[in-house]
Ligand binder design. Structure first.
Ligand code: ATP
Length: 375
């Protein structure tokens, strides 16, 4: 339908961005971005009229319009050129060409466009080498990354998020620019940052993202408590383990068992109070006495600082931290069959159910001590 309309009206129009990238990666995608040289809102209305009049949501301030068709969400936007002020990620926008629009994209792999006009239907427009970067699994910016990241520092989080989700490498020049611009993340709202961080947490191998965040210096800014887990101290020839890498191992190992975001957060936070409780006791070595109790108390502060919801999900994480992530620890250590693995599967996304199963598991093992703290 879109192709028919743009051909009839003789408009230049393209599918652009993530949808095109995902075609080449063989990943399914339900969000389609359509760019037109002209008005995105006009085109959306014409398409809707021909597609059985689905509701068109218009965002006048952004010059965009969105409609749902079957299970697809299609967003229409006029091609545009952007320029930025230093203290905001909100651009000054003017009409532009396709190439202007591709230049404003964050990464070369997100700047691919496929023509919708019947004269050159399906022609790929790839001025920044996005296909080469897809093939070599590289994240890099179409323009100078120092400018790209300074203009919109959220792109630094997006770079690490895509590197994690796709298991791509961030090019050296691009990664160095993240290091240089890291302090600019302060102009980004916490909600935006956590959205990207949660996508990293939910990916198939979250440790990739956290290691990159640590290496570039962003972790220290956005999640200082987690940064503090890194490192090993040695005294009298005795070292403790590096709790940063240990936590990431636990988190990665949880992935096949559960895609519950809050369970993954519990894994992330299960040793969070170790730096606060660390002591070296002569004759014993390193101790982290009662770190789970302290951890439980830290959860609300961390959630508040990161603008995570302070609701029953947070309470769930608190309990899991208090229990020292018992199911996960068991899942990774000895239990290969067993109740615990089933527990994680059975509960799925239902936190109440998971909590019940978790308590039942503890009761069945008759651990009165732990149970007391649950009450
Ligand atoms: P996903 O759906 O997995 O989040 P996506 O690439 O579709 O991936 P969106 O956030 O939906 O991500 O963005 C759609 C497209 O818009 C991107 O592919 C990119 O071209 C562009 N884009 C999104 N956010 C930015 C940004 N902050 N800076 C520049 N371009 C962006």
């Amino acid at each position: 339908i879109i192709s028919e309309i743009v051909t009839k009206e003789n408009l230049e129009s393209y599918v652009i961005g993530g949808f095109v990238r995902d075609i080449f990666l063989n990943r399914g995608s339900k969000d389609i971005d359509v760019v037109v040289i002209g008005s995105g809102i006009d085109l959306a209305q014409k398409v809707a009229a021909k597609a059985g009049n689905p509701k068109v949501s218009i965002f006048k301030n952004f010059g965009t319009a969105m409609l749902k068709f079957k299970d697809l969400e299609i967003e229409f936007v006029g091609a545009r050129k952007e320029s930025y002020n230093r203290d905001s990620r909100k651009p000054i926008v003017e009409n532009g060409s396709l190439e202007d629009d591709q230049k404003r994209r964050d990464f070369t792999i997100n700047a691919l466009a496929l023509s919708l006009h019947k004269d050159n239907f399906g022609e790929l427009l790839d001025p920044f080498g996005g296909i080469d970067d897809l093939n070599s699994k590289i994240i890099k910016t179409p323009m100078d990354p120092m400018i790209t990241f300074s203009d919109d520092p959220l792109r630094m989080m997006r770079a690490i998020r895509f590197a994690t989700q796709l298991n791509f490498k961030i090019s050296d020049v691009t990664f160095n620019a993240i290091k240089e611009n890291k302090e600019r993340i302060h102009i980004i709202s916490k909600e935006r940052i956590i959205e990207e961080l949660n996508k990293i947490v939910m990916s198939a191998k979250p440790s990739i993202g956290f290691k990159l965040l640590e290496e570039c210096g962003l972790l220290k800014i956005i999640f200082p408590e987690f940064q503090r887990l890194k490192g090993r101290e040695t005294r009298n020839g005795i070292s403790h383990k590096d709790n940063f890498y240990h936590t990431l191992e636990v988190l990665d190992q949880l992935v096949p068992y559960s895609d519950n975001l809050w369970l993954r957060w519990s894994a992330l936070l299960h040793d969070i109070a170790k730096p606060n409780t660390k002591k070296f006791v002569k004759g014993i070595g390193w101790t982290f006495h009662a770190h789970n109790f302290v951890g439980e108390k830290m959860v609300p502060r961390i959630f508040k600082n990161m603008k995570l919801p302070l609701n029953e999900k947070m309470k769930f994480v608190q309990k899991m931290v208090l229990l020292h992530m018992r199911p996960i620890v068991l899942a990774q250590e000895e239990v290969t069959d067993s109740a615990v693995r089933r527990l994680l599967f059975d509960a799925g996304d239902d936190i109440d159910e998971l909590m019940k199963l978790c308590e039942a598991d503890i009761t069945s093992k008759n651990e009165e001590k732990v149970k007391r703290f649950l009450d």
